[in-house]
Write a protein that binds this ligand. Structure first.
Ligand SMILES: *Cc1c(COP(=O)(O)O)cnc(C)c1O
Length: 373
């Protein structure tokens, strides 16, 4: 039986990519904000329905650069239930992360934000985990009331809409990741979507050593430019991403169909007013580790994602206050199942049967043990 991986990058055919990059061999312009870069930025702006978008060489640099644009100092309220990049980006900017607990839908618990605000608080960095939107309205209200910036880690939110509006339009800025493992990729890459045009313009200079046309920098800068080969990959993938999302949706619907009557498993809830991209399919179960091993024995690879949470990793667990019981508890029970367009519906059925068998087996063993005792 062939192995099933957790993710598989979206890629065009070899010929399609060759056609897209051919002209680069004539022009010799392979980076420094070339034609492909400009075209991709424009097309993404249209596809995502966002105004001020700036593409960068990774999602992480997008987040850390976006944070930098607001000249923040002090404490940032954020979530530990995320990829380590979120916390690194805050700390790397000289800021102190203050971890807020999450709700059962994996996103930051907005009802717990205000109690964490001090006179040092300068911003909120929430995460739309697995592409499930945070309560953006309530977060906006809190931010306004306390004069805080909001920068969303929307790494998972390519194409996610709330009431037909891009989720990326909320907050002072949002970032997406265009890494190979995400729904849409430029191999490595990311983008910042900012509320104000000034922030976009400053970012465009920042990612290019602070340079504008005059090559006489007014600002400090770094090098976070997306090169032409990767922009070309993005232009190709953009033609296939709708189909990718459609296939993922079908796979998720089948997971739900086969798993919904297993009472030991909690499935994510999907709402009618949200357009999802089906980037990940997380389940919550006490039998997480057993299912993980059981599937691994069949060459099916899942991910304990997010485990550990970022406040618990070696580089942070002695530095910052940690009191997020729900995030901690969910991280010990969460399992992300394989999800990409190469997975057949018959694979989904097989995976779900295996999951059911593991739980039945464990329950049987459990009740036997009780009898022995
Ligand atoms: C992938 C990811 C990032 C970082 O993006 P890269 O493109 O890999 O640098 C940041 N935050 C979250 C939540 C992610 O999943």
């Amino acid at each position: 039986m062939k192995s099933i991986n957790i993710v598989k990058p979206l890629m065009p055919s070899c010929e399609e990519y060759m056609d897209e990059i051919r002209e680069l061999f004539d022009s010799g312009i392979i980076t420094n904000i070339g034609e492909k870069h400009k075209k991709l930025e424009k097309e993404l702006s249209k596809y995502l329905k966002v105004k001020n978008i700036s593409i960068l060489s990774s999602g992480h640099l997008s987040l850390s650069s976006a944070i930098k644009m607001f000249d923040l100092k002090g404490e940032v309220i954020t979530t530990p239930y995320t990829f380590i990049s979120t916390t690194h980006a805050i700390v790397e900017n000289g800021l102190t992360p203050v971890f807020c607990d999450i709700k059962d839908d994996f996103t930051i618990d907005e009802s717990k934000i205000e109690e964490l605000i001090t006179d040092k608080t300068c911003a909120i960095v929430p995460v739309h985990v697995y592409g499930f939107p945070c309560d953006v309205e309530k977060i906006e209200k809190i931010a306004k009331k306390h004069d805080l910036k909001v920068i969303y880690d929307a790494a998972h939110c390519f194409g996610v809409n709330l009431n037909n509006k891009s989720i990326l339009e909320y907050g002072d800025a949002s970032i997406i990741s265009m890494h190979a493992t995400k729904v849409f990729n430029t191999i490595e890459g990311g983008a910042v979507i900012s509320k104000s045009k000034e922030v976009k313009e400053r970012l465009d200079r920042f990612k290019n050593f602070g340079n504008d046309q005059s090559a006489n920098p007014t600002d400090i800068g770094i090098n976070a430019k997306l090169d032409e080969f990767r922009a070309a990959m993005g232009l190709c993938n953009l033609k296939h991403v709708d189909e990718e999302i459609k296939t993922r949706k079908e796979i998720v619907e089948h997971y739900i169909k086969y798993l919904s009557d297993i009472k030991e498993i909690k499935l994510p809830k999907y709402k009618d007013n949200i357009t999802y991209n089906y980037i990940y399919f997380p389940i919550i179960t006490e039998y997480r580790d057993e299912i993980y091993e059981g599937l691994k024995n069949e060459n099916i690879y899942c991910k304990k994602y997010y485990y550990p949470i970022t406040s618990e990793v070696k580089c942070y667990n002695k530095l910052y206050k940690r009191k997020t019981p729900n995030a901690l508890s969910i991280s010990k029970k969460v399992l992300v199942l394989p999800l990409h367009s190469d997975i057949k519906l018959s694979d989904v059925k097989r995976i779900c049967t295996l999951i059911k068998n593991v739980i039945d087996q464990k329950k049987k063993e459990g009740s036997k043990n009780e009898k022995i005792i």
